[in-house]
Structure formats: C-alpha cells, structure tokens
Design a binder for this molecule. Structure first.
Ligand code: NAP
Length: 744
C-alpha cells in the first residue's frame, strides 16, 4: 500500500459496486490511508478478484451483508436505478453509527429510495455526487487521480449529522476534491442543465446523423467541432438511460426551455431575423469566452498574462513616421454605455479592449442589447433607447471594473426591473456607499453587501427625483453615476465637484445629443430626454501618446506625427510640461469628436531644459511622470517635481521604482517626500531594470534606450499588453530597437 501519512478517518469502508467510480474511490482511499480497511462488493466475482489483485480493495466480500457488517462507512456506487434494491438488501445490517452515502448522478431518486426503504431520511444518510468521470467504465478503468481538482457535491438534509458531514467532506478532500453542498432539488436542476441536457443533445445529434443515408460521408467530413461537441455521446448508454429516468422532472423542464429557445432560433432563420441571431450568438460567445473567468471570480483581462515578458532594448534608434496609438480607456468604456442607451446604431472605431469596456459590453449583452465585435477596435451597437433594456437573467458580473460597477449603479437605479451587480474578488472588497448613498437620496432602493460593499441589489420600478449633490471627494465615477441616474430622474440633477475630475461622461452625453450644462464646478442635466446614436472614433489615448512625445523630443533627428489624439484639457499636462521644457510640439487638425477635442500632434527633436514643474499641472499629468523623468534626464539643468504624493500609491510606488530604475542605468536622482529632483545631462548606461509589473515604467525605460550608451533590459513587462496592446509594434515601426522575450 502507498503512503499512509494521515490518520484514517474511518475504520472500515465498504464500497458496493466496484465500477469506475466505486473502484476509483476505493483505490484512492486506500492509497491515501483515509480508511483502515477497504472492503469491496461486486456482483461479479471476476471483478472482485481483479479488485484485490489491482490493489483497489483490501478485502473482497462474498455478499452484500458481509460487506456492510461492521462498516462505519458504506458507499453505494451502483447505477442510480439499482440504488433502491441495494438499499433494501443492506438495510438489516445498518446501524445508527454508520455513515451511508452514494455517488449517484441524480440525488432526488436516491433520497426517494432511502425514504421508501427506511420510512424516513435518517440523519446518518448523506448523499453525494462526484463531478468526475470518463467514458470508460468498470474496475479496470479505476484511477487514483480521478477526483483530484474536481468537485464533489454533497446534498445533506437540514437535520443531517454535522459530525458525519464533516468526516465525509474530509474524505473527499483527502481524495483531492473540492466539496460543495446544496439541496437535493438544486443539485438535480443544476445537473439537468449542465450535464444531462448536453448529453441528451449529443446522443440525439449523433443518432440523427448516423441515421442519414449518406452517414459515412457525413462522418468522414465531420470536422473538429463536431468531434469536440459529440465526444460525450460515447458515454455509457445504460448509465445515461438510468439518469434520464431518475431525473425526469428537472430534465423535462430544461428540455422544454431549450426547445423553446431552439424554436425561436429556427423562426429567426426562417424569417431572416439576423438581429436576433446576432444577439443570441454574441451573448453566447461572450459568455463562453469569459466562462472560466466568471466562475473563478477573476477579472476579464488581468491575470490573463501569466507569462514573464522582458523587453530587450538595443541602445540608440530613431523616431520617425506617422502613427496612431490605441483608443482612450475611459472613452471606449463610455461609448459602449451611451451607445446602448441611444436610439439607433452607434459605430465605434479605435475601441480599446480593456477591463472596463469588456465588462460593460457583456453587461449590456446580458440586458438584451445586440453588440457586434470588438474586432480590431471596431464595435457596432444597436441601441435600445433609454427605456429599452431588458431584465438580465442573473446577476451582472463586471469583473474588476470599479468604473463599470459605479456607473451601472446609477443607470440601473432608473430601470423598471430588479438587478444585481457583482465583481471579482478584489472589486467585491471595494466600497460602494459613495454611490449608493446619494442614489438613495434620489429615491433609489439599493441593498449593499457588508460594509457597503458589492454585491449591489437594485430594486427596479422606483420613481427617481433630481438631486443637487456636493461631492465630498472629487470622483469622476461618482459624478458620472449620478448623472446617469439623472437621465431617469424627474427634474434636474446637478453635481458639484471640489476639484476638477475627468469630464468624459458630460462631453459624451452632449455628443449623443443629450444636453449637459457645465457652470464652474457644477454639471447639470434634466431627466426625460433621449440619446441619438452615431459614429464615434475614440480619440487615441494621450497617456499612451506620451511615450512617443518624449521619445521624439529626446532623439536627435526625430520627426513623428501622432494622429487623432484626445486633447481634453483635463489630460494635457504632458503637452504643457514638455512645451515648458522646450519641446517642439505642433498641434494640427483640432476638431471635436463625440463631444471630445482631438488633434494631430507633430513632435520633433528639441534641446530640452530642466524646469520646476508647475504644481497646477501635476494632477493633469499624473500618469505621465515616469516618462517625463526620462525627458528630465535628457534635459539640461535641474528638473524638480513636488506635490505628487499620489504617485507613490499607484500600481507601484512610481517615484521610488523609477529612481531605482534610473540608478540601474547609472543616473543619480534625489527622491523627496512628494516628488523627485533629477539633474539633467547625465549619460544613461546599459543595465537591467525591474518594472515591478508597472506598465508605464516598462514603456518609459524602452524610451530611455534611445539615449542610452548600452543595451537595456526591462523585466516584468506583461501588463503593457493590457493598457497599450501594440506598443512594441509601434515602437519598432518608428525605429526603436525593441524585441520581446517571453517565458512561462
Ligand atoms: P460502472 O463502471 O458501470 O460500474 C457500475 C457498478 O455497479 C458495477 O460494479 C456494476 O456491477 C454494479 N451494478 C450494476 N447494476 C447493479 C445492480 N443492479 N446491483 C448491484 N450492482 C450493480 O459505473 P460507474 O461509472 O462507476 O457509475 C457508478 C455510479 O456512479 C452511478 O450511479 C453513476 O451515476 C455514478 N457516476 C458516474 C460517473 C461517470 O462518469 N461514470 C460520474 C459520477 C457519478 P457489474 O460489474 O455486475 O456490472
């Protein structure tokens, strides 16, 4: 016997039915030492003998009665339709100090058999179902890794003995499984939908095609999709016939539901209703794409990149050409939101597939909006109007996006249906009171989780009334949330902010033809209007353009055109500061797109000089400082940054990490409490820089290599792909000597 490292949980375990599941459980329990002795019983003597010789069981019992006698754990592992007769046979040998369980795929039928045989459901009977298996059956297929990393569902009654439930849980966990509990009815419903119906469809489809006259041809040409889809039709027919008869009612309910939905698709095809097809397929594709993330409570795009990414930079290089950097994150997100609420079609180009926008896209699909894409920055939204959203079937999951949750809270407060908002583990720890409280003042009914955290349960059908709100803290999210609720409120809603925040929501609402008035620090709108869809070419993100603005400014001979950059004045600190340093940046083709100012920027090399950065520019360039530090190194004289405490609590302590990186390439700087002092004119050398997973720091040192003497290597750069997906390609295109090394 293998490692018996643990104290056995049971003295004597009896397994009835040494097939795939019974055999695998017996073998694993033996190998892990979870029971002192494992006794097996099977109708077939040869299987029993095989059980002993393969090391699956310690002892073979020659009858059901002798298997069960003296056992403190009895596991019934026979087909579900055979459970009742086994129970009836072993009943006389069972005493109150035994734990009786099973592994059957349906639970209602097992409990009915228990009640039938015992007259009630004893507190020592705890049904179970391992969600693991294979198309093989019989003891020869038994494996000790069958349950590892799989789930086991236990369906105890309210009165089941807790000590026994604990020991049974420990047994399955000892076999490597994760244990969940649910009611018998819930189990049968969930399994009917997720396992039984797919098996039925696979059996039926293969049978239909096999019955065609030209079946040989059909199967010969069947592609991978057909093979994947119908793999489960090779499962054991006897077992599945049992399961369908045992879980009759739950299975019939899902078959009816599915048949209705299939019928609706049939009618859509017949009548040429492409909208309906797109809506269903789009929703299904997105759900399938994000399936595992939703289940594991992860964000949509973060953590996707578990690879180690290193930037390798050869010193020198040029910066010339004509490029467009990816779309702005905040605007990509809001374009989906307002496009869905508008009347008519909204076509979005330059869309950035970030966490916020993907979360929002999915939530609107869940509320019945047809959205095509995203496909290389193109998204087409068929708006349903302010009152056209439909109740989602379940909670709306917004991944890691705090912006999505807070903006949706406002929007959903005004709908006539109930809704619930949830997010990934980290979002579920963030406070939502700052939006829930003022929304309640508008008449919204919102329940939050503990401590004002998600999930948010929002009651529909409330008459909202306009509100004037003085924000205690400057927050673009809170402001946007209240303005969106204001679309549905009676009268005027206005928000006053203590310091300027990004005003993309207000501008874009105006762009969609919904008037938002701005006076001083107050934004104001009146409920009851409508939004009109149109085309939105999302402006390129100035925070991404910043790397190229600096790259061209510091590189002799550089001449670069950056197209369609968003130049909203709440974001243009980088341009103002670089100009103060003497940069040569020209602004062309200024225009307004979807309410936002955009322009083309031409930037050429210039001799930069060090400056004391004006404090009023600091909040307008907060994300751009890492690359501004590189500009400061290449400038003549001293550059002083103060009043930037916020930089120390970003994705990393940006000031310290930048100072460390600069020192790795031979540059001295002085870190202060709220900033940094950099003396320009020092020569950068080659070296290795750790970006600490901070995308902006990684890209800043890529820019630094243009003026370094030796090659630079930047580690931990995977996150660049999330904020600036084609950074490396664009950098190569303009003449930077960057390559990427990936390892897992
Ligand atoms: P299996 O490999 O075919 O084994 C079934 C065992 O039950 C065999 O030992 C068989 O004995 C015995 N048996 C059949 N009819 C019997 C009867 N009337 N009286 C006494 N014993 C009888 O099947 P399995 O895959 O292990 O399935 C066993 C149970 O696990 C079923 O309830 C099934 O629903 C459940 N389950 C299966 C899977 C899966 O994927 N396979 C997954 C989870 C749960 P013989 O050797 O005499 O035929």
């Amino acid at each position: 016997m293998a490692d018996r490292a643990v104290t056995p949980l049971f003295r004597r375990m009896a397994v009835i039915g040494l097939g795939l599941i019974g055999g695998s459980l017996a073998k694993t329990v033996r190998e892990k030492g979870l029971a002192e002795t494992v006794v097996g019983f099977d109708r077939r003597e040869d299987e029993l003998a095989l059980g002993v010789s393969l090391g699956v069981i310690d002892e073979a019992a020659d009858s059901l009665a002798s298997a069960v006698a003296g056992a403190d754990l009895v596991v019934i592992a026979v087909p579900v339709q055979a459970m009742a007769s086994v129970l009836a046979s072993i009943r006389p040998q069972l005493s109150d100090d035994v734990l009786l369980t099973d592994v059957g795929s349906t639970k209602g039928s097992f409990v009915a058999a228990v009640k039938d045989v015992f007259g009630h459901w004893p507190d020592w009977v705890i049904p179970g179902h391992p969600i693991a298996g294979s198309e093989k059956s019989g003891i020869a297929a038994a494996r000790t890794d069958l349950f590892a990393h799989h789930k086991v569902i236990l369906t105890p009654a309210d009165g089941s003995r807790q000590d026994l439930l604990g020991r049974l849980t420990a047994l399955w966990q000892g076999c490597g499984a994760t244990v969940l509990t649910m009611t018998v009815d819930r189990h049968d419903e969930v399994l009917a939908a997720t396992s039984h119906l797919p098996h039925l469809i696979a059996f039926s489809l293969v049978d239909t095609l096999a019955g065609e006259d030209d079946n040989l041809d059909i199967f010969r040409y069947a592609a991978g999709g057909f093979r994947d889809f119908t793999r489960i039709a090779a499962s054991d027919p006897v077992m599945w016939h049992d399961i369908f008869l045992s879980n009759r009612d739950a299975v019939l309910r899902v078959i009816d539901h599915f048949t209705d939905d299939l019928g609706a698709l049939r009618s859509a095809i017949e009548s040429g209703d492409g909208d309906m097809l797109l809506q269903v397929f789009g929703r299904a594709k997105a759900a399938r794409d994000h399936f595992s993330k939703m289940l594991s409570g992860q964000a949509y795009v973060t953590n996707m990149n578990q690879k180690q990414v290193t930037f390798k930079l050869q010193a020198g290089g040029t910066v010339a050409g004509d490029i467009r950097v990816p779309g702005d994150k905040s605007m990509s997100h809001r374009s989906i939101m307002l496009g869905a609420l508008a009347e008519g079609v909204t076509e979005v180009t330059g869309f950035l597939e970030g966490e916020d926008s993907l979360a929002t896209l999915q939530a609107f699909r869940d509320m019945g909006v047809t959205i095509e894409g995203p496909d290389q920055g193109y998204v087409r939204i068929r708006g349903v109007g302010l009152h056209g959203l439909k109740a989602p079937r379940g909670p709306l999951y917004v991944g890691n996006s705090g912006t999505a949750m807070r903006l949706f809270a406002g929007l959903l407060a005004g709908q006539d249906f109930d809704s619930e908002l949830t997010g990934d583990d980290s979002l579920n720890k963030r406070p939502m009171g700052r939006v829930a409280d003022p929304l309640r003042q508008m008449g919204a009914v919102i329940e939050t989780g503990e401590g004002g955290r998600p999930p948010l349960k929002i009651r529909g059908g409330q008459a909202l009334k306009g509100l004037h709100y003085d924000m205690p803290m400057a927050s673009a999210q809170v402001k946007s949330c209240l303005l969106l609720a204001g679309l549905y409120a009676d009268g005027e809603t206005s928000v006053t902010e203590p310091a300027p925040t990004r005003d993309h929501t207000e501008r874009m609402l105006n762009g969609f033809g919904f008037s938002v008035e701005r006076k001083g620090a107050t934004a104001r709108l009146s409920g009851g209007g409508r939004l009109t869809g149109g085309a939105i070419d999302v402006p390129a993100d100035i925070s991404s353009a910043a790397f190229f603005l600096v790259a061209a400014s510091i590189t002799p001979g550089a001449d670069l055109m950056l197209r369609h950059v968003g130049v909203n004045e709440t974001r243009t600190g980088i341009i103002n500061i670089l100009k103060l340093m003497g940069a040569n940046i020209e602004v062309f083709n200024e225009q307004e797109v979807g309410g936002e100012p955009v322009a083309d920027l031409r930037v050429q090399h210039a001799a930069l000089k060090g400056i004391r950065i004006p404090e009023d520019q600091v909040p307008l360039a907060i994300d751009e400082f890492p690359v501004l530090f590189i500009a400061a190194v290449c400038a003549e004289g001293e550059t002083v940054l103060a009043g930037a405490e916020e930089l120390r609590v970003k994705e990393s302590d940006r000031i310290q990490v930048m100072a460390d990186g600069l020192s790795a390439v031979g540059i001295k700087s002085t870190v202060t409490e709220d900033g940094i002092v950099i003396v320009g004119g020092q020569q950068m050398k080659g070296g290795q820089v750790n970006s600490h997973g901070d995308h902006r720091i990684a890209m800043s040192f890529a820019v630094a290599s243009l003026r370094a003497e030796g090659d630079i290597e930047v580690t931990d750069c995977a996150n660049v792909a999330t904020s600036f997906p084609n950074f490396v390609e664009l950098a190569q295109q303009v003449g930077m000597r960057i390559t990427v090394e990936e390892s897992s």
